[in-house]
Write a protein that binds this ligand. Sequence first.
Ligand SMILES: [Fe+2]
Length: 221
Amino acid sequence: MKRMKSYDVPHKGLRNALSQMQLLAGKTDYANQNEVEQLYKLGQDVFKILTIHATDENEITLAELEERCTGCSQHDMEDHEQIHLTQDKLEKFLANIYNNSKAGQNVIEDGEEFYLAFSEFYGTYLEHTAEEERVTQPMLWKYFTDEELASHRGKIMAKNPPQTLLIWFRFVIPAQSHKERVGLLTGFKKMAPEPFFNEGMQVIRQVLTEREFDELDKALA
Ligand SMILES: [Fe+2]
């Protein structure tokens, strides 16, 4: 029987977010204040969901794994610490670039350095997530039933404020197939109050093509 994949939904979203960030960091004209601001704003959202995701993994998935298998969470926890340190530097660097650009300073060289440093971070992060799916996921399957794995996801959803879910939607929903989107959002429609469901759909409308959104909307009706 096909088992539940704990990482599938968030990791597809994170890979989409990171790729958007990498692309924008490359095509930004660092002499243009508006373009630097766009990059800074995207960075704020991307770094935010990266931090939330690592915290969710540490506090729920890995904490529960550690309870059943001592030492099994250590490798990923250490990875998260390393990633956090690099990410923190990048976040501060980007904030600096943004502030200096706003103050009228020349940030072209810093922008070029940010692009390169981000690509190193991106590479590390991709390896980390692939390892979680190849190594940690089989451990999770060994120690938990699919119901328990689903309950981890439920706990993660419950601990984050609703507005965080909307940031996730921007990156997760376009990264899924139509069938996967329908599956996720059918659950969301059942659980969410109608105004929040509609707010979610407005966010999603902006990140799908017109055709993708119409198909989704029809399937959810
Ligand atoms: Fe992770």
